[in-house]
Structure formats: C-alpha cells, structure tokens
Design a protein around this ligand. Structure first.
Ligand SMILES: [Ca+2]
Length: 188
C-alpha cells in the first residue's frame, strides 16, 4: 500500500493516474466488490438467441449490427405498449441454490426509435417449478452500451432461475433495444 502523502499527491492529478498508482487489484475491489465467483450462465448471443423467445408484442433476432462482446447481440423489436420476452427452456437455468448470493448483469443499448423502460424480471423457482420470488431490475433508456445489474440472495429452496423482459409503456418510432452478455455468477 502506498503511503497516504504520495497517494494524496497523485489524487491531485487525475483519477486514471490514481488508479494506475493504486494498482488493478485495489481498483477492482473499490469498483466492483470482491472478485467474481462461479459463472452460472453467460448468454453472449454469438450462437443464436440463447433460449430467448418472443412472449408477446416482440420480434427477436440475433443481430450483428452492434455487440457488446463478440459480433452479435439479441435485438428486441417492440410492437406496442405491452411487450414481453421469455425463455424457451422451462424450467430454466439450474445450478443455483437457496441462500446463495448471486450477481446478475447484462449490457443493453437502444437500437431504434426511443426505447421505453424495460423491466428485467428475474424469477426464482423451487424444484417443483413453483415461483418463489421475482427480482425486477429496471432497464432505463440508454444510447450507449450500459450495464444493468443487481446482487441478490436466492430465496430458500431455489433450484432454477429464469427471467422475462417486459414493457408497459410505449416507446416511439419503432422502438428497439439490444441485449448482450447476460451473466449470472455466484457472489464472490
Ligand atoms: Ca455478444
């Protein structure tokens, strides 16, 4: 650990300089918390829709016009006020356990028109596929790649996790948004 006098001198300069001075590991801790744990699921949309399907009021496609990682993302085109996207792999993603902490994140971007606020509804199910709890993360209009994230503890009895994306307000101009790098991992 550098001494505080030196750190203060660097801080008087630029934030990037301070970050370089303190070192990558300290910056990681300061910005994102402990190092990440086991990855439960990572949807990159490089091979297709990664089990997403239209639920109502949407058209989905794997699209290579823009991507957060690789060359493809999930493009969601909205037909109206009430829209929904769901997974097609019921009972969804396994490998989760009640009482375990998880970090969930995705990257998103407006892709056409003016996107409305989208709700990312994260749903925890028990082994009998009874819905235990829904954690909702608002995805607010962004015109540059933006991360939406939450840290939660899975409810007691959790065995699988799934999600939907829904809107209940209208965008305009043929609203579209895209999603990439949807990641679920154990809290470190
Ligand atoms: Ca991708």
């Amino acid at each position: 650990m550098p001494n505080l006098a030196d750190a203060a001198a660097v801080y008087a300069g630029t934030v990037p300089a301070l970050r370089a001075y303190l070192g990558a590991s300290l910056v990681w801790e300061a910005e994102t918390g402990p190092p990440p744990g086991t990855v439960i699921h990572h949807a990159t949309f490089e091979a297709g829709l990664d089990n997403h399907q239209p639920w109502f009021g949407t058209t989905l496609s794997q699209d290579t016009s823009a991507a957060h990682s690789g060359t493809a993302s999930l493009l969601v085109e909205l037909d109206g006020q009430f829209t929904g996207v769901q997974l097609d792999n019921y009972p969804y993603i396994g490998g989760v356990a009640g009482g375990q902490g998880y970090e969930l994140e995705l990257w998103y971007l407006e892709a056409g028109g003016v996107m409305p606020t989208v709700n990312w509804n994260i749903q925890w199910y028990d082994a009998s596929t009874t819905l235990l709890r829904t954690d909702t993360v608002p995805i607010v209009r962004a015109t540059t790649w933006t991360k939406a994230a939450t840290s939660v503890t899975a409810p007691a009895g959790a065995a699988t996790v799934g999600w939907t994306f829904t809107t209940n307000t209208s965008g305009s101009g043929g609203p579209k948004y895209r999603i990439d790098d949807l990641l679920i991992r154990e809290a470190g």
